[in-house]
Design a protein around this ligand. Sequence first.
Ligand SMILES: [Zn+2]
Length: 109
Amino acid sequence: MRDSEQGTGKRKRPRTCVGCGGEFPKNALTRIVRKPSGEVEADQTGRKPGRGVYICRKKDCVLRAKKRNLLSRSLKAPVPDRIYDTILSGLNDTETMPENDGGDVAGQD
Ligand SMILES: [Zn+2]
């Protein structure tokens, strides 16, 4: 159980998925951030600075967002296809947890 919420005084609010418009708790969404440099990246930590949008962990939703360029529109910045690929590749490891978490995670900086 992770319970590392810092007491910032803000209440937890649901975030809206740019794909389906549904509201979800933050930890059910993937954050995509436009960095101050203008570059867009998938933010797996949810803590990167910049303008963020959220998308839920449904493959359909990510694919729809890709098709309609929803992230790009929300962020007002170009979103390369690899961002969507990163999001899609990140979907699997929440639902089905394999027993060995063997450290072959791609895309670390
Ligand atoms: Zn959605």
